[in-house]
Design a protein around this ligand. Structure first.
Ligand code: URA
Length: 275
């Protein structure tokens, strides 16, 4: 009998872990979905994972007596208040680290804030950290990030000097799934403040997630890519353009031609930015 056919409890733990890694398991999940917004579910989780010792009872009763979890609306208000209080990017980073209202933070290893040149004029906004970004704590450092760097290198732009890069969400969605609308809504106050503090002269949305949230549209990326829009920032407008996400281009390389045209349009617009 090999490891695939033996029941899990008949395999040595190290063997079992090795098999999980080979199968690509990168999350520890429960058999039932968890509603992280529900107080009852969270108490149930404590029941399930806490060993049955005498101190166990106090852990459960503390959880039972604790205040109910905040609603989505309350969490959005907390995020907005925290974001509003920030006067620079360092304070914003600290405020995001302090914010506990997004359940993604519970499963992420790192809060991923930004990378690139904070004194540049161009701000690139992706979707959310993936596994590599979550481990390293910086956006776009994995395979997708390497393609993004190559795309911008093709128009003579380097992240060290020419652009600043962040994501719509600072935490990795488990299994790299697409962020939900609720998660985007929750993190919107932070990205809006990020833009306000960075003061870009040009914004590039990489993929539909940030484009939909910042342009307030539900149109798919295929429809909106390559079209310049205006982002309202402190009474002025900043040009903003959505482009295909490099992860999408890895899966669908036929869209690289359109992306090349979008990159050329970005190069042209960037060359006209006033200093
Ligand atoms: N994809 C993103 O949108 N952002 C990252 O940081 C990595 C992958």
């Amino acid at each position: 009998m090999n490891n695939l056919t033996k029941p899990d409890d008949q395999i040595a733990p190290a063997e079992l872990l090795k098999s999980y890694i080979e199968w690509g398991v990168d999350e520890t999940i429960t058999e039932e979905p968890i509603n992280w917004f529900s107080e009852t579910d969270n108490i149930q989780i404590i029941h399930n994972i806490t060993p049955k010792t005498s101190s166990n009872t106090s852990a459960i009763s503390t959880a039972s007596q604790s205040a109910p979890l905040a609603s989505q609306q309350e969490n959005i208000e907390t995020a907005s208040k925290l974001a509003d209080s920030c006067k620079d990017l360092g304070e914003l980073n600290a405020a995001i680290l302090e914010f506990d209202g997004c359940s993604l933070k519970k499963t992420a290893s790192n809060t991923v804030f930004s990378d690139g040149n904070p004194d540049s004029d161009i701000m690139i906004i992706g979707e959310a950290p993936g596994g590599d970004e979550d481990r390293v704590g910086k956006p776009f450092v994995g395979e997708t990030g390497q393609l993004l760097d190559r795309m911008f290198a093709a128009i003579d732009m380097k992240r060290e000097t020419d652009f600043y890069i962040t994501n719509m969400l600072p935490w990795r969605p488990p299994g790299n799934r697409k962020p939900t609308e609720a998660e985007c809504e929750l993190c919107l106050p932070f990205i809006k403040k990020h833009i306000e503090l960075f003061q870009p002269k040009l914004i590039i949305c990489v993929g539909g997630t940030s484009a939909n949230a910042l342009l307030n549209t539900k149109n798919g990326i295929t429809k909106i890519r390559g079209k310049w829009e205006e982002y309202l920032l402190n009474g002025n407008t900043v040009p903003i353009i959505p482009i295909f996400h490099p992860a999408y281009l890895i899966r669908q390389p036929q869209f690289k031609t359109q992306t090349w045209h979008d990159l050329l349009a970005i190069k042209e617009k960037a060359s006209k930015l006033t200093s």
